[in-house]
Design a protein. Structure first.
Length: 512
């Protein structure tokens, strides 16, 4: 009988194994025999995309298993022979059997590997022998799942800050509090990008802070088919810095950390696993059962926000759009490196070990250390406009009047009109609206701002006898108070949260 010396799946295009939804995968099956093999009916391929979770809980006597599976696609292809029982002879030598398979054009998650669950895309080849054990070979590949575009995330460029206060009790005597503060330079990152973390531990207790620790944690929640779930956490980054004595402050200023090749937040398209990321900043308090810490939630994406800094005259660094995008990513193997994946077909008749690691888009972006004091971050600005809401007149990258993004937030639509370009942007401290001849429909409706000062000439105020239509009510009148939204029965000084405000609740870590 012919001895099988080579049996493998080869992809076209330098054997690259990274594909996207809707892409056609072309390649061939390579078989090398030292002698003819006359007991073969067919050579078959099977492409499959699947997610699976499995874990156990309880003691050995009362152990219970939980699991779930999702299949995204499955297709079989006959590369040689027929799907029947007829025996055929495969001659000695090298053979190449081409194949072509189109990945379904549907939302697919990125691949993922862990001890409790995985998302895998696999091609499995079989030499079908009806009277003997079949020969198998397998290959895993990466599908670039749904993109996580940080440009569509409103707060991706905003710093994340948290603060917490704890008190230490010693022999029933409470000492001063330990105040922990930490921040990241922004809320969204991609692999290959530099994340900056800053934090302080103000130690008013009578205990030492042994050291500071910064960890990037990956929280993965696994779900079973019955709705049960469990969570595991994995440290992606783990670094230390010196602590401090009692009555002192331990400080870490903008420590840089390069995000490694890790799966994005999500994964989008998978219902049985959920991946989240937090930055854990911790001060190790001497001889206590607790530590001073805060958690900063961040998002790991696949498409970065690429905005070189614009230096505003006020000295505040503001991010502005740019016409050129970031360089394309490379695909790097996951942080854990290559791992052996057991074959269900058994080792005796599976050709070679299956070594695999998912690959994730990784960018080579320049590091941009924050220029502001981490304890005094700049006010949050709209990413389209520098402070004040108007683009600098000399900057052509900002939208013109009535262009995309015009008018700036909070400005009535249509002001200033194109007929009064000299008023754009308005003078500092003034209302800045053009005189009546500048635009039809002027002045604005009653109760709004935007009337020009008397110096703007004819038409202000309206001639006597013209009535008060279109005029704002006198300051101090009941109508003025109502228009301003204040006073009256049931009024309150409290303001509801701004629309779009995200409230994040972090759950307690329980390793189950």
């Amino acid at each position: 009988m012919g001895k099988l010396t080579v049996f493998e799946v080869v992809f076209d295009g330098d054997n690259v194994d990274v594909f996207s939804s809707g892409e056609v995968v072309n390649g061939y099956i390579r078989v090398v025999l030292t002698a003819p093999k006359d007991d073969v009916t067919a050579i078959k391929l099977k492409f499959k995309g699947k997610a699976h979770t499995h874990w156990t809980e309880g003691s050995e006597d009362e152990e219970e298993s939980y699991s779930a599976s999702e299949t995204y696609f499955k297709e079989k292809i006959v590369c040689w022979g027929k799907d029947d029982k007829t025996r055929r002879c495969l001659e000695a030598g090298e053979h190449r059997f081409p194949f072509s398979f189109k990945i379904p054009d549907i939302p697919l998650p990125f691949p993922f590997e862990s001890s409790l669950g995985w998302i895998r895309y696999k091609v499995k080849c079989k030499i079908d022998r009806p009277s003997k054990f079949d020969h198998h070979t397998e290959r895993l590949f990466t599908v670039t799942g749904q993109p996580i575009d940080l440009r569509a995330m409103p707060n991706a460029m905003h710093p994340v800050r948290r603060e917490d206060t704890k008190s230490v009790c010693c022999l029933c005597c409470e000492t001063g509090p330990i105040i922990t503060k930490a921040s990241t330079d922004k809320a969204g990152y991609v692999p290959g990008e530099t994340m900056y973390v800053s934090g302080t531990v103000e130690n008013n207790s009578n205990r030492r802070i042994l050291h500071l620790t910064v960890r990037l944690k990956q929280w993965v929640r696994y779900f079973s088919s019955g709705g049960h779930s469990t969570r595991r956490e994995y440290n992606v980054i783990n670094e230390r810095a010196p602590g401090c004595e009692e009555g002192e402050v331990a400080r870490m200023d903008w420590k840089p950390h390069v995000i490694p090749s890790i799966p994005p937040t999500g994964p989008q398209g998978c219902r049985i696993m959920r991946i989240e990321y937090v930055v854990h900043f911790e001060g190790d308090v001497e001889n206590t059962p607790f530590d001073a810490n805060v958690y900063l939630p961040i998002t790991i994406g696949t498409v970065p926000v690429y905005r070189p800094p614009y230096q505003d005259p006020s000295g505040v660094i503001v991010q502005q759009p740019t016409s050129s995008g970031p360089p394309p990513p490379s695909y790097e193997i996951a942080l854990e490196g290559l791992q052996e994946v057991p074959s269900k077909s058994g080792y005796d008749y599976t050709f070679g070990k299956l070594m695999y690691a998912p690959q994730y888009p990784t960018y080579n972006l320049p590091a941009q250390p924050p220029a502001w004091d981490p304890m005094h971050p700049p006010p949050v600005q709209d990413p389209t406009y520098p402070p004040g809401g108007y683009p600098p007149p000399s900057d052509p990258t900002y939208p013109p009047a009535f262009g995309a993004g015009y008018p700036p937030p909070g400005v009535p639509e249509g002001y200033p009109p194109p007929s009064a370009p000299q008023t754009y942007p308005p003078p500092a401290g003034g209302t800045g609206y053009p005189p009546p001849e500048g635009d039809a429909g002027y002045p604005p409706p009653a109760g709004t701002q935007g009337y020009p000062p008397p110096a703007d000439g004819e038409g202000y105020p309206p001639p006597a006898g013209a009535g008060d239509e279109g005029q704002p009510p006198p300051v101090g009148s009941e109508d003025h108070t109502a228009a301003a939204g204040g006073g009256g029965e049931g009024s309150t000084d409290e303001k509801p949260p701004a629309e779009g405000t995200e409230v994040i609740e972090l759950e307690k870590i329980e390793i189950s």
